[in-house]
Design a protein around this ligand. Structure first.
Ligand code: MN
Length: 311
């Protein structure tokens, strides 16, 4: 997806303050926005919380049903991040400047590593009347910021039933399981789909910070209820988390090792450096095809707002 908001974000997570202290439970409320004609809840970045590990952007798309889905995000560039798409309902066609063309279906992850630069489009597949997805961005650590761009599709992810929940491991490790998904820093993503309402005990790592996002239903965490799209930020220092999962509930658990450097987000660019973002924007505006090649089939090219910083 594309970030259409006109303000820049300073996403910063230095040492996790909770590692040596008590874990936290903070409510992060989403911002409702529109991406390519579909309503989405933007959960990260928010003023209260910029990043969770290397996760620096989280859009919850839908669920929308009962009407024709007409989602079209024109060609736009990314740098120094991975776009991570988790599909729960509907289909989206991804095309990028490497020549990739990949439809993503429910239960699958698409992962685009932007590295030094890539451009892509995303379009709903004609004739569908429901969509439910999450798209997240993962900031690349400084030492991998300019890696070669690549695209990976994961149709088969570890999937199992545990306690009262069907779990899918989207990236990283959970218990004895490891997902095949390519990552550049220690992180995890797990989809939780409730089979039967009840208590669920989640295994956490004390050196990771975590967030639990209810996608459907009201989830009880400690003594607090978190409704759909209200992110529960958990901090670091936990080895497990007991939650009350609702009937037909669904949630996304994301976590990771706190980043060692600041992350700047401007439009669709992520970097530790303003100069790198300014250069990427110039290259996109100048249609520098050696950095951002054309996306086959693209009919629209998105333009960034003016850079907000003095050069
Ligand atoms: Mn995008």
């Amino acid at each position: 997806m594309s970030n259409t908001e006109n303000h820049h974000q300073l996403a910063s997570s230095l040492d996790c303050p909770a590692v040596t202290g008590s874990p936290v439970l903070e409510r992060v409320t989403p911002h409702n926005t529109d991406v390519g004609g579909i309503e989405v809840n933007r959960v990260l970045p928010r003023r209260q919380r910029r990043v969770i590990g290397a996760w620096c952007f989280l859009d919850h798309i839908g669920p929308v049903s009962g009407r024709e889905i007409d989602l079209h995000v024109g060609a736009h560039p990314h740098i120094s991040l991975q776009t991570f798409t988790w599909m729960m309902q509907g289909e989206i066609l991804h095309r990028d400047s490497l020549g990739t063309e990949q439809v993503i279906r429910p239960g699958q992850v698409n992962l685009m590593t932007a590295g030094r630069g890539i451009a892509h489009t995303e379009d709903s597949v004609a004739g569908q009347n429901a969509i439910h997805a999450a798209q997240l961005w993962i900031a690349l650590p400084k030492e991998h910021a300019d890696t070669e761009p690549s695209f990976d599709h994961y149709p088969d992810l570890p999937h199992w039933r545990e306690q009262n929940v069907d779990m899918t491991l989207l990236i990283g490790g959970y218990g004895a399981r490891t997902a095949p998904t390519k990552s550049f820093s220690p992180l995890v993503g797990v989809d939780l789909q409730v089979v039967q309402a009840g208590q669920t005990n989640l295994e956490l790592r004390s050196d990771f910070e975590y967030g639990l996002l209810p996608l459907q239903g009201d989830w009880k965490i400690e003594s607090e209820i978190f409704a759909e799209n209200d992110l529960a930020y958990l901090g670091c220092g936990r080895t497990h988390l007991r939650v009350e999962s609702p009937a037909n509930g669904r949630a996304l658990l994301v976590g990771g090792a706190p980043l060692k450097h600041e992350v700047l987000i401007w439009w669709n660019f992520v970097s530790h450096s303003r100069a790198a973002i300014i250069q990427a924007q110039r290259d996109w505006e100048a249609d520098n095809k050696s950095r951002f090649a054309d996306v086959p089939g693209a009919t629209k090219r998105l333009s960034p707002p003016p850079i907000p910083w003095q050069e």
